[in-house]
Design a protein around this ligand. Structure first.
Ligand code: ATP
Ligand code: MG
Ligand code: MG
Length: 550
């Protein structure tokens, strides 16, 4: 489960170890509980927990809960579940940035006393205008020169709730002419009356990310603070905060490129929009790139970790083809999913020369890739269902499935020949096929010598279990749905197809949600949680056809 291949982050860590910069490696995964985790977070989880495992270090799970207006307990719970499901264990190292509010406040007092922070009365808009641009230096706030005493007094009164939301902020006093805009006296505290999911209404001032994050890292003894590249420009501020409060041997921030996947979006804000506007059926909709969605779809933690390992860690942003993720789950399920037969679009087929009351139990191997998975018995009888697509009345040349007068093999059973087609008199639709079977051709029998080109899956009509099957396609039509202003305009209208008249072989009676199978010739399928209420429901995890070009 450790991250096996080396990457540039591991090279930095190994350099630090050689120089005895830190005694041990200590990382953290710091989600903000403002939504469900997605596969991009899985990459960060694998990297942070995997790195700690690799160097026999520690990894914390820390909720970065400094913005109460968007955070909820529901998200905290889902994040814990997802990290655990991915196979990682934070042990007793579960933390909340909100646990540090008092200490962060004391650090702010320390900054004020050192003349490194001041209370500013400019409005957010004025602060923005004063900040300047890349080519223009910023303008100092008229409040920048307030005395330490006045700042202490005002900041204490901010905490005490004497001022209206947004009327004052605490700013770090750094450099209004810095070429790095993040250093132009960034806001580090704001006034906001909002119920916090852990601290309730104890606080009406909240620390900003750029201030709370480095200090939370330092408080926990983090050595390597791994984050995504958009924080590269914030690193000088990260370092400034730690130096300004005299943190010894501060943690090192290291940035890597965030994961982007084709045909989907990967930001909690956008994913929340999909949920709230009803474009999907919740955060765990199997079309979502969330960990909970992929889990419900039928992804395994092993395949997700394998994917995160294989895409590697880089500095440069890129978009990974979603076909690569599909390739990883297909490989995993190929090894471990038992094969069964399921007919998704049934066509009735009667074997006229098969005795009416006979039921044969046929032997079927569960997984030819893993012989130790054993075999099962499948009932065969006179009336079966085959896939509608597997019959053509007037086939083109290379159609090796069933057509009038032609022969195919029924998987694990016999060779049959199509003798007659029955149609609905009104609509002309084919409603039934009549065939004969050759009793000498039973699969596995010594007389099983005759070869035919096509082999079809089937189920015995009397014994099969009815099921609903949900087929999924990409959530978005475009590779990069975000290239348009309204990304929802690129939603794929056909991302979900529900087939409610499917039949699966009786071995699947009573299967539990989360169980995965290969439906022969169709793909990999996973039992959905809706099964508990409405009978068997399957999600297609992925089809058999691999579109990943290596
Ligand atoms: P989002 O924009 O999706 O809300 P975020 O970065 O705001 O993402 P956080 O909850 O702050 O979400 O993320 C926790 C950790 O996961 C951070 O360290 C962040 O860098 C990392 N992370 C988030 N998205 C990705 C991604 N697409 N690829 C890799 N790491 C990511
Ligand atoms: Mg964040
Ligand atoms: Mg975010």
């Amino acid at each position: 489960m450790t991250t096996k291949s080396s990457n540039f982050i591991h090279n930095i860590i190994e350099e630090h170890m050689r120089n005895n910069k830190y005694e041990r490696v200590h990382t953290r995964f710091p989600p903000e509980p403002n939504g469900y985790l997605h596969i991009g977070h899985a990459k960060s989880i694998c990297l942070n927990f995997g790195t700690a495992l690799l160097y026999a270090g520690l990894c914390n799970l820390r909720f970065d809960d400094t913005n109460p207006s968007k955070e909820e307990v529901e998200y905290v719970d889902s994040i814990k579940e997802d990290v655990r499901w991915l196979g990682f264990d934070w042990g007793d190292r579960l933390f909340y940035a909100s646990d540090y509010f008092e200490r962060l406040y004391e650090y702010a007092i320390q900054l004020i006393k050192a003349g490194k922070a001041y209370v500013c009365d400019l409005s957010p808009e004025e602060i923005r205008l004063h900040r300047g641009t890349l080519t223009q230096p910023g303008q100092e706030s008229p409040y920048r020169s307030r005395s330490v005493e006045e700042n202490l007094d005002l900041f204490e009164r901010m905490r005490a709730g004497e001022f209206a939301d947004g009327s004052k902020v605490l700013r770090a006093k750094i450099d209004m002419a810095s070429p790095n805009l993040n250093l132009r006296d960034p806001v580090i505290y704001r006034i906001m009356r909002a119920e916090h999911h852990r601290t309730g209404d104890k606080w009406c001032i909240y620390p900003m990310y750029d201030y709370a994050h480095p200090l939370s890292d330092a408080i926990e003894g983090i050595t390597h603070s791994i984050c995504t590249c958009e924080f590269e420009d914030h690193r000088p501020l990260y370092d400034w905060v730690l130096e300004a409060v005299d943190i010894e041997n501060p943690p090192q921030q290291i940035e890597f490129a965030r994961l982007n996947l084709s045909h989907t979006v990967m930001s909690k804000r956008k994913l929340r929009q999909l949920v709230e506007k009803g474009f999907v059926n919740g955060w765990d909709d199997p079309r979502m790139p969330t960990i909970s969605g992929l889990r419900r779809r039928g992804y395994t933690p092993e395949a997700m970790r394998d994917f995160c390992e294989r895409i590697g860690v880089a500095k440069a942003n890129s978009v990974v083809d979603i076909a690569y993720l599909e390739h990883c789950i297909r490989e995993d399920l190929n090894r471990r999913a038992p094969r069964v037969m399921a007919v998704l679009r049934p066509l009735k087929l009667v074997i006229d020369n098969y005795p009416e009351d006979r039921v044969e139990m046929l032997d079927a191997q569960n997984n030819p890739e893993s012989p130790d998975m054993g075999s099962r018995r499948i009932p065969f009888s006179r009336v079966i269902y085959i896939e509608r697509d597997d019959f053509m009345e007037d086939p083109p040349k290379k159609f090796f499935r069933l057509s009038p007068g032609k022969e195919v093999r029924l998987k694990h059973a016999y060779i049959i020949k199509c003798e007659r087609v029955v149609k609905d008199e009104q609509t002309g639709e084919i409603v039934e096929l009549h065939c004969t079977y050759d009793p000498e051709t039973r699969s596995g029998a010594s007389s099983d010598a005759r070869k035919v080109k096509g082999t079809l899956h089937w189920v015995s009509a009397e014994h099969a279990i009815k099921a609903e099957v949900r087929l999924y396609d990409h959530l978005f039509l475009k590779d990069n749905p975000e290239e348009d202003e309204d990304f929802t305009s690129n939603l794929n209208p056909n991302s979900l197809e529900i087939l409610s008249d499917c039949y699966v072989e009786p071995a699947l009676a009573g299967v539990n949600p989360g169980t995965r199978f290969q439906f022969l010739r169709q793909g990999y399928f996973c039992v959905d949680k809706d099964t508990l209420e409405s009978g068997l429901v399957f999600n297609r995890v992925v089809s058999l056809k691999d579109s990943w070009a290596k």
